[in-house]
Design a protein. Structure first.
Lengths: 293, 132
């Protein structure tokens, strides 16, 4: 596996407030990583550090094995970025903005850009100032995709889009991943989108990545388990259960991460009966968040 | 494969607890058993399915590879994935239907529909792991 992004011992502070603390994180080529975390968790700060828009207090970030300072201009042009808020240029028309941006990127694909503008019904003659929040976001996405990026960094890219536009964007993103083997990291609060398009999921909490899993492995593992016939709570210590609640001889808890332990057999060996129900990623995230605070 | 047929076969529920690759596997197998997909029929490409369903291409590849390992699909170089020649629609026997109905009647006394589905899927997954 080739690491495209390597974050090592990253620290970022705003005044005395620690946002990212000794954060370590690796993304391999072709991975689509969904980044979850509550508001203010530091997702945007992390993505902005990746894009060299914010300087870390310590630690290192390497893209394709290089620090930002040693990346060549050609390598920097392989990175697409959509920020949470638009860059401005409100006085420009859509066509002027895209033309202006195209000059910064040698490999800007004009045909593809035109196709996206037409497909997503952006009016080229409209001033950016007159676009809705969703249209501004689409314009940013068009700009980021038109360079056919090898690495795409997206900060809540679909937050302002209606469901139809969201699906169209996700569809285009998947096309790009197939065509270019693009590596993607995106922050989102829409967990169902993450479940569709990501193959890895990470949770940022208290300045650290506290979970980073292969999505399928995670979904195969997580669930809610109720154990009946429990007489000795210590029997359960070896089980990978979190957030447990006991009621008489029944203990209910959650499996929140993949484990190599064949817990069903352990439960049978203990003479307990169990009931298992799968949970979805949103339930998982909420339980993890509950556990972490 | 037409978009209409893809829509008929695949209905992905990203919010279910079942991993998406397994939903694709199960829905492909179901389409074969019910005759919607025929033996030797060409499957849609990973790219078209990923784009149409808005699903990560690695997830589609994983589902197709697993189905290939199970002998449900075969990979033909330069062509793509085909439904294996020996895969045909099957009539479900009366015994199986009756056993299924008895199981559902019993399970409904304690479990919700979602829990019954999860239970069946969990046991199928365990059977797969044990190579049954």
């Amino acid at each position: 596996m080739t690491a495209i992004v390597e974050v090592t011992n990253l620290d970022k502070r705003y005044a005395k407030h620690d946002v990212l603390t000794t954060l370590n994180f690796t993304i391999n080529r072709g991975d689509v990583v969904g980044l979850l975390g509550k508001n203010g968790a530091g997702k945007s700060t992390l993505l902005e550090c990746l894009m060299n828009l914010k300087e870390p207090n310590s630690g290192s970030i390497k893209l394709w094995g290089k620090t930002w300072q040693t990346l060549t201009q050609a390598e920097r042009e392989r990175i697409g970025f959509v920020a949470q808020s638009s860059a401005g240029y409100n006085w420009m028309k859509v066509s002027q903005y895209l033309d202006y941006m195209s000059h910064f990127f040698e490999h800007w694909d004009h045909t593809y850009c035109d196709q996206l503008v037409e497909k997503w019904q952006l009016d080229e003659n409209q001033y950016i100032d007159q676009l809705s929040g969703g249209q501004k976001q689409i314009l940013d996405v068009v700009q980021a995709l038109s360079i056919k990026p090898e690495l795409l960094v997206l900060d809540e890219p679909v937050a302002h889009l209606d469901p139809n536009m969201r699906r169209q964007f996700l569809s285009e993103l998947m096309e790009l991943c197939c065509e270019q083997n693009t590596t993607v990291i995106f922050s989102t609060h829409i967990v169902s989108d993450l479940e569709r398009i990501a193959n890895k999921v990470a949770i940022l909490m208290s300045g650290k990545i506290i979970h980073h899993h292969d999505l399928d492995d995670l979904k195969n593992a997580i669930g809610k388990v109720s154990l009946s016939g429990v007489t000795n709570a210590q029997d359960l210590e070896m089980l990978p259960l979190s957030n447990t609640i006991s009621q008489q001889d029944t203990v209910t808890g959650f499996i929140l991460e993949p484990s190599t332990l064949d817990w069903q057999n352990v439960v049978k060996d203990l003479g307990l009966s169990y009931r298992y129900s799968a949970i979805n990623l949103e339930d998982w995230y909420l339980e993890v968040a509950k556990h972490a605070y | 494969m037409s978009e209409q047929l893809i829509n008929l076969i695949y209905l992905i529920n990203a919010q279910s607890g079942v991993p998406i690759y397994r939903q694709i596997m199960d829905q492909t197998t179901h389409a074969i058993v019910t005759g919607v997909l025929q033996a030797d029929q060409l499957m849609p490409s990973v790219r078209s399915l990923a784009s149409h369903l808005q699903i990560n291409p690695m997830t589609i590849s994983k589902a197709f590879s697993n189905l290939e390992n199970e002998g449900v699909l075969i990979r033909k170089r330069g062509v793509g994935m085909l439904v294996a020649s020996n895969q045909t629609s099957r009539t479900i026997s009366t015994d199986t239907t009756n056993a299924l109905q008895t199981f559902i009647d019993l399970a409904k006394q304690d479990l919700s529909n979602d829990e019954i589905i999860a239970l069946v899927q969990q046991h199928l997954a365990m059977s797969r792991k044990k190579g049954k």
